[in-house]
Design a binder for this molecule. Sequence first.
Ligand code: UD1
Length: 339
Amino acid sequence: MKKILVTGGLGYIGSHTVVALQQAGYEVLIIDDCSNADKDFLDRITSITSIRPQYFSIDLKDQLKTNQFFENNPVDGVIHFAAYKAVGESVEKPLMYYRNNLMGLINLLEAMNENKVDHVIFSSSCTVYGQADQMPIDEQTPLKKPESPYGKTKQMGEEILEDYASTYQKNVICLRYFNPVGAHPSSKIGELPKGIPNNLVPYVTQTAAGIRECLSVWGDDYPTRDGTAIRDYIDVNDLADAHVKAITRLMEQKNKTNLEFFNLGTGTGSTVLEVVNAFEKANNLSVNYKIQPRRAGDIVEAFADNSFAKKELNWQPTISLEESLRNSWNWEQNLGQEK
Ligand code: UD1
């Protein structure tokens, strides 16, 4: 059984990926410092798969502990999610973001290199494209300087990995996610936003649950079909499946080059109002919303050309937006009942 280390394995995309890896027959070890995750996700994962992953409470900024982990736990590959991800917070605390996201990555890569672990998947984002000049966005689309320090840490992370892959002959896959949504169909794991959500779907589910009074729709004067901004909402279980396929590609040495990039999106853009309508229809309820001015830093539209991932990873999104939004709502209701 191949052993995969998942850093940030108790987080939103990480936990879904741990489940998918276990179900695909991998042994999973998790490193998470729980700075933005709950340790009870270990129990939640176990209740889905009946396999308890080994868990290590390590902050990757701690170089010594990170090295010791690799010395004591031989693994075949790494999927690296552990990072801060709040755009607004990164604008207020850029150094905290650079320290955490970049130092964590560098310590991880050094420890991997010293312990001869040759395969890594990096959690990147479509934010590296900024407002692209053409839609859909494929992997050849020129990168633009991201607006936020968070986005810059993703772009810098990719650059660090480029040098790492070529200098040390390592195999790297960067997965650029569009907008992750949804939850596990069991409702046992899902997104756990701390405080007021910034992202659209958690705000919608919290508004439907009565935790928030009213959803603000940021801008209806964009040059789009209904004036609201367009994004490509990709289900988190489909994302998890792409990670399994990407690490398997490396394990089976099927990668074409030692540094590969894949866009992970559905290929279809939805406006904010289309998401709200799809949520209402999927769950047979209505969401209180109000049009507000545009949010600073937002782009007009972003949706993926996912044909490279389809061809090379043999991956395909399978979950419709409505189904994702049903799962998100079930997860939100489940959380409410647990409180
Ligand atoms: C944001 C980040 C992106 C990150 C991604 C992770 C920014 C500028 N970008 O993407 O770097 O990788 O999250 O999930 O923050 N909206 C509303 N009302 C709300 C919340 C959002 O109308 O209460 C709108 C936004 O204006 C946007 C769309 O919904 O048009 C999606 O927003 P969001 O979920 O925050 O994702 P992004 O901004 O696309």
